[in-house]
Ligand binder design. Sequence first.
Ligand code: SAM
Length: 329
Amino acid sequence: MDPFCGRGTTNFAARLLGLPTVAVDCNPVAVAITEAKMAETGPDQIIEECRAILSAGGSPRDVPQGEFWELAYHPQTLQDICKIREALLNNCQTPARKALRGIMLGALHGPRNKGVLSYFSNQMPRTYATKPKSAVRYWKKQNLKPPYVNLADVVSRRARRAYGIIPPAVENDVILEDSRNLARYGFSQRFDWVVTSPPYPGMRSYYPDQWLRNWILGGKDDVEYLAGQQIGRFTREEFTNGLAEVWQGISTLCRPNAKMVVRFGALPSVKCEPLDILCESLKRAHSNWKIVSIESAGTAQDGRRQVNQFNSEARQPIEEIDVVAMFLE
Ligand SMILES: C[S@@+](CC[C@H](N)C(=O)[O-])C[C@H]1O[C@@H](n2cnc3c(N)ncnc32)[C@H](O)[C@@H]1O
């Protein structure tokens, strides 16, 4: 069980080991990406689905207008994106469609690499979408026009790369939910392992950073600042209580001696002691989670951080910790 599954790394790692999992996240983008990771499908089905949607007659009903959209995407590429968006909003039930949606989310924005293009957009970071005003300012200053990107080609290449060799499917459930509500779910099995990484305290930007991907999933065609269930944006006190609720709820779903592995850290900009918060939240859960080990997990490698591409003054990441707790009933 990963109650803060994000992009589904834990669940995919479990799939590689042939283990069934449950993934939970309150962010629709995270859930869609995790569903794509768990889909049982292959490149041919995904490519066929994409071609069928693009070659069906008619134009998309809803094509966003304005300077941002004109500079972000070539008009034909934007038409194709909107066509696929509408088809997937209508029906995204099959594994091939879930995989296609994941590929769309991954290719939607990113750097304009030399040679074959692998993202649909004008120059943008891959991990987060820039806000419209600053993106427009940047493209104008650099005189960057959006290139024509053949959507079907990008999808085909990505489908072959990501789904060419995939591990056998495992039983899995991917749930869009606030993980503070988990105890209300009727799971048929109890969990032996909880492996997760909660948001860092003060982490407010999961929704606004992902506004373009959220648009693909039916959200507005502008930045949305909603963040209702994101515990990362809470004050320290609320955050600690939010985590405690998750640990408490999960303890009702675990077998005795179940283990919980939590990777946790802090934003360089937020002064706090992550280990204190985690220990306090486990204490407040009033369930028998006993810490059995605490280890350093190092820092995210600076060179790999996308944030540096647009902001050279980004602060150094701080050290993360891995805490292992055991559930004693
Ligand atoms: C650090 S990320 C997880 C990263 C993940 N391990 C991965 O591989 O991508 C934390 C996640 O917690 C989610 N989250 C925050 N508050 C939540 C809540 N109340 N319920 C469920 N998920 C929540 C965020 O949407 C985010 O995806």
